[in-house]
Design a binder for this molecule. Structure first.
Ligand SMILES: *[C@@H]1O[C@H](CO)[C@@H](O)[C@H](O)[C@H]1NC(C)=O
Ligand SMILES: *[C@@H]1O[C@H](CO)[C@@H](O)[C@H](O)[C@H]1NC(C)=O
Ligand SMILES: *[C@@H]1O[C@H](CO)[C@@H](O)[C@H](O)[C@H]1NC(C)=O
Length: 368
């Protein structure tokens, strides 16, 4: 009787120890304390749901059809985007959208996984989006972040707040809408030559990056502008369905401006580290050799209607493809979950060819 009691007791202790071990293990599994996300529709997780009708929206079916819940969330995608995949890689739950939690003081004080400030349609240069839009510009996103940083300092004190943010990850993906805006606006093209405009973009980007640095950011992941001239929306405008080469050239040159700016900042700002993902070159390779990367359709969108499924947008009644994992583009502007997954793997631990000077896995391991 006694020995069986002892047996149970030891099993109980054993289970208790194992349980605690795994809890500790799970807690330790996060590589960073939090992730803060800035950018446009490629990383928006629902901020635009809270904006009025003049901003782009994706909170309707069939968006989200491949999301774990199978429901639309406001992501401009059939499933997850790089903000989700990268959070998974560093062991965090995807950060909630800023506008969904701003009223929730307890979330902000829990500060358990970060916040996503990204907004579909957002631009680097304020007002470069000529269409009247209420998207949250990069500048405004940083203003929102700064208020979060201030409350962190109030809660923890400067030293602890800085330790917390310096270990956190800052993901920034933006710029396509500025280039789309330049092409759409005769006015902008009159005022700026393409090199002047690209300079202005990287200048504004630098300004916001410095503000983030002043407010604790040290580890920054920057996703370059993709091959936006090859989006179904742009191919549609070309009778032969080719890419808009001038637009691609601008995106390519802009990425060069961006990387030289980042390299300069690394020398200028003590303790600043970055990882740049060259989404342009890997996307171009996928377009040239789709099958080598597991795609079979890289021209047409999966969801939409008309030629290349790009005549009409991916609206609630639009038709969509079944073999979504074979498509590069979900709708006429945005990649599929499959493409985002593939890119995110490279962002996290890709070779220097695509992710430089270091990948995110190396970035998060840097001891500050
Ligand atoms: C949408 O929101 C913006 C910013 O809050 C506001 O300036 C604009 O007037 C609103 N538009 C409409 C049509 O309500
Ligand atoms: C507020 O945030 C807390 C902590 O993250 C969470 O448990 C709670 O469900 C949130 N409340 C609402 C109304 O979203
Ligand atoms: C249209 O597509 C063709 C064929 O791919 C390409 O040569 C041409 O440059 C494209 N037109 C524009 C305006 O980019």
């Amino acid at each position: 009787m006694a020995s069986s009691f002892h047996g149970f007791f030891f099993i109980f202790i054993f289970i208790f120890i194992i349980f605690n071990y795994f809890t500790l293990f799970l807690e330790a599994a996060a590589l960073v304390p939090a992730m803060y996300v800035f950018g446009d529709s490629l990383v928006d997780v629902g901020n635009n749901n809270y904006l009025n009708f003049s901003s782009p929206k994706a909170n309707f079916y069939p968006n989200g059809i491949d999301f774990p819940t199978g429901k639309p969330t406001g992501r401009f995608c059939n499933g997850k985007n790089p903000a989700d995949f990268l959070a998974e890689k560093v062991g965090l739950a995807s950060a909630p959208s800023y506008l969904s939690i701003i009223e929730n003081r307890s979330y902000i004080h829990d500060r358990n996984r970060g916040i996503n400030f990204a907004s579909g349609g957002a631009t680097i240069i304020p007002q470069s989006n000529q269409i009247i839009s209420t998207s949250i510009s990069l500048c405004k996103q940083v203003v929102y972040y700064n208020s979060i940083y201030e409350s962190l300092v109030k809660d923890l004190g400067v030293t602890k707040a800085k330790a917390y943010t310096s270990k956190s990850l800052y993901l920034i993906e933006i710029g396509s809408n500025d280039i789309f805006g330049y092409f759409a606006s005769i006015n902008l093209r009159k005022i700026y030559t393409p090199p002047q405009y690209l300079d202005l973009m990287s200048h504004h980007f630098e300004k916001q990056l410095k503000r983030l640095y002043e407010n604790g950011a040290r580890k920054v992941v920057v996703i370059g502008v993709g091959v936006i001239g090859c989006t179904p929306a742009m191919r549609y405008r070309n009778i032969s369905e080719g890419c808009n080469s001038e637009m691609n050239w601008l995106a390519f040159v802009y990425n060069q401006h961006l990387t030289s700016m980042l390299n300069r900042l690394k020398d200028e700002l003590f303790g600043f580290h970055f990882s740049f993902f060259d989404g342009f070159s890997i996307m171009l390779s996928s377009i040239h050799k789709p099958t080598s990367f597991g795609f079979s359709e890289v021209k047409a969108a999966c969801c939409g209607s008309g030629r290349l499924k790009a005549q009409m947008a991916c609206i609630p009644k639009a038709s969509y493809c079944n073999n979504r994992e074979k498509y590069l583009f979900w709708d006429k502007y945005h990649p599929t979950q499959q493409a985002h997954h593939f890119f995110s793997d490279l962002i996290f631990n890709g070779p220097r060819k695509y992710t430089f000077p270091i990948n995110v896995q190396t970035l998060v391991a840097i001891q500050l």
